[in-house]
Design a protein around this ligand. Structure first.
Ligand code: PEP
Ligand code: MN
Length: 338
């Protein structure tokens, strides 16, 4: 439920309400607006005497949250979340985010080269996998700790945030110590222990949609992270499994406006994993931005045929540059910057 405080309610009144709710076993999440503060309260309503809260000084009203996800819901927070991901970059505001880089970190020289290229073409966040979820146990699984170090070096050299995946609860601390943004991959979207663990960190979480997940399941996964106290969740639509086989997955463009109606969290489009084919990456990226996404994640590789993973969907630097030029026009047409 949401406790709506009167305009300009005093800090002491807000604190008193929070304290009373905590006494009834509720978790509280105050959201401070310009004039109004609302307090999200999550807990067992049967344990509480509503009238007791309603009569407290500074309380205007109490309204239930109807959706199964509470903290992620727009019912609780109407304004869009703008997430600070470090190095002066935010996701969710007027400036579009461009996360780019190879699928996997393959080596120091290569990653640094790719990082410099994508930055020069306008990317503002570096992506790369150090721990790679692979369908085959025999495929390249990533450079792990070494990969994290390489990414950090590139991020620091170029003053850019880095986004990288964690696959196991045992690696969360390690990944959080290097990354600016922690990615939860599609295959782990419902790994609830992992979601809780990253929810305990203070790093923004890049939550990819599960291969066959509904939007409600996806938002419930965000809720798991947020319920541990980490509100900084960024959604990523990366295509879902359908009966269509001509693309690796099917990009669900409508997930962009639908999630924006349901949640205050930002959403990024990933045309690379959605299509699995470099030829379709640019049109799908453009569709994502035109539909209102807060940015894109794109895989870029200077030698797709030699890539350790996801070569077929990787854009060569020239193609990435062309895409950025087109996205600038689309961004301008919809009143955004890139
Ligand atoms: C990736 O970003 O490289 C990745 C493995 O993505 P997904 O989890 O969407 O398949
Ligand atoms: Mn990939």
């Amino acid at each position: 439920m949401i406790i709506i405080m009167h305009d300009n309610a005093k800090k002491s009144e807000i604190a008193a309400v929070e304290e009373r709710l905590a006494k009834f076993g509720f978790q509280t999440h105050p959201i401070y607006g310009e004039k109004k503060t609302v307090i999200g309260a999550i807990g067992d309503k049967r344990q509480i005497r509503m009238s007791e809260i309603l009569l407290m000084s500074g309380v205007e009203n109490i309204v239930p949250i109807m959706r199964p996800y509470k903290l992620a819901s727009k019912e609780l927070k109407k304004e869009k979340s703008v997430i600070d991901v470090g190095h002066g970059v935010t996701i969710g505001g007027n400036k579009l985010a461009v996360l780019a880089g190879p699928c996997a970190v393959e080596g120091r020289e290569h990653f640094l080269r790719m990082a410099r290229i994508v930055k020069a073409e306008g990317a503002n966040i570096l992506r790369g996998g150090a721990f790679k979820p692979r369908t085959s146990p025999y495929a390249f699984g990533g450079l792990e700790g070494e990969g994290l170090k390489i990414m950090r070096e590139a991020g620091d050299e170029l003053d850019m945030p880095i986004c990288t995946e964690v696959m196991d609860t045992r690696d969360v601390e390690l990944v959080a110590s290097y990354a600016d943004i922690i990615q939860i991959g599609a295959r782990n979207m419902q790994n609830f222990k992992l979601l809780r663990e990253v929810g305990k960190t203070n790093k923004p979480i890049f939550l990819k949609r599960g291969l066959a997940s509904t939007i409600d399941e996806w938002l419930m996964a965000a809720e798991y992270i947020m319920s541990e106290g980490n509100d900084n969740v960024i959604l990523c639509e990366r295509g879902i499994r359908t009966y269509e086989t001509s693309t690796r997955n099917t990009f669900d463009v409508s997930a962009i406006p639908v999630t924006q109606e349901l949640t205050h969290l930002p959403i990024i489009a990933d045309p690379s994993h959605a299509t699995g084919n470099y030829k379709y990456v640019a049109p799908v990226a453009k569709a994502g931005i035109a539909a209102g996404a807060d940015g894109i994640m794109v895989e870029v590789h200077d030698c797709p045929e030699c890539a350790e993973s996801d070569g077929p969907q990787s854009l060569k630097p020239e193609k990435f540059a062309d895409l950025m030029a087109d996205l600038k026009k689309i961004a301008a047409a919809i009143g955004k910057e890139i």
